[in-house]
Design a protein around this ligand. Structure first.
Ligand code: BT5
Length: 252
């Protein structure tokens, strides 16, 4: 018998996005970038597994069969400095989609989807947004989403979790379609994205250390600005941080 999940990703209804589906690819982001170079837009590239999945700064993204590994190619009318809001829109859409299968997830700035478990915070998914800018405005963006769906937790790095591990096997076609519907609603609506992100974020109010290219910033995360920068109250004033790796620290 064929279950809906066996056919994944070949029967996903992308709605406004053309679906480009594969059993295996090196990286869905790389495929979407090639499509961008060829002039395409509003495409979602989806694979059952990746052989060279990437995180930020060329870190490895472990992508065994059973996951949801996808990249959206979009060309929204967005100020260049607001591109991080596409990452936010994807994170909110993941939280919404996994909520529909009974998983209560939260967002760690800027790009992690986490689940709180007995063992602490575990990473359920991550987002890698890559963009091309012309004269300060966005030409295209590729929003890559990795969601550990029907993946054995043992096949993932320490500190990870999966939908399968949390609630049992899910219908990946349905989860992907819920995600795409939510992302489509938010992608051209920065204000709705920011308010939903603020609702779902678990970083705000926390004591954090953010490691950036030029050092680290430590303090209380008090919010995000309209470009998605994290506002960190260091005790000496509030510092906006545009990019970096954020750790949630225990209260002093
Ligand atoms: C991310 O990077 O979290 C962004 C991940 C984006 C992956 C998607 S999959 C579809 C698309 N195509 C791609 O090639 N990429 C995108 P970052 O914040 O840098 O986190 C990377 C770190 O997460 C790694 O160094 C590991 O510690 C951890 N990690 C790797 N694979 C993981 C997994 N499957 N689940 C949870 N954590 C993982």
């Amino acid at each position: 018998m064929t279950t809906p999940d066996d056919t994944f990703p070949h029967e996903v209804d992308g709605g406004p996005f053309r679906v480009d589906a594969y059993d295996a690819l090196p990286s869905t982001n790389d495929r979407a970038r090639d499509l961008a170079a060829a002039g395409a837009s509003d495409v979602v590239v989806i694979a059952d597994r990746q052989t060279a999945g990437r995180g930020r700064q060329d870190r490895e993204w472990v992508s065994p069969p059973g996951g949801i590994w996808l990249s959206l190619l979009v060309r929204p009318d967005l100020r260049g400095d607001r591109v991080p809001l596409l990452t936010f829109a994807a994170a909110v859409a993941v939280v919404e989609a996994v909520g529909l299968v009974g998983v209560d997830a939260g967002i760690k700035w800027p790009n992690d989807v986490l689940v709180e478990t007995d063992g602490g915070e575990r990473k359920l998914g991550g987002i890698l947004t890559e963009a091309s800018m012309v004269d300060g405005s966005l030409e295209w963006a590729v929003v890559g989403v990795g969601l550990n769906a029907n993946v054995d937790v043992d096949a993932l790095p320490a500190g990870s979790t999966s939908l399968g591990g949390l609630v049992g096997a899910v219908d990946r076609t349905a989860v992907t379609e819920s995600f795409l519907t939510a992302f489509d609603r938010l992608r051209d609506d920065p204000e709705a994205t920011l308010s939903a992100w603020r609702r779902d974020a678990v970083t705000i109010g926390r004591n954090v250390r953010v490691t950036t290219g030029s050092g680290s910033v430590e303090g209380i995360a008090t919010g995000v600005d309209d470009a998605g920068r994290l506002l960190v109250d260091t005790g000496d004033g509030v510092e906006p941080v545009a990019a970096g790796d954020c750790e949630h620290l225990r209260p002093a």
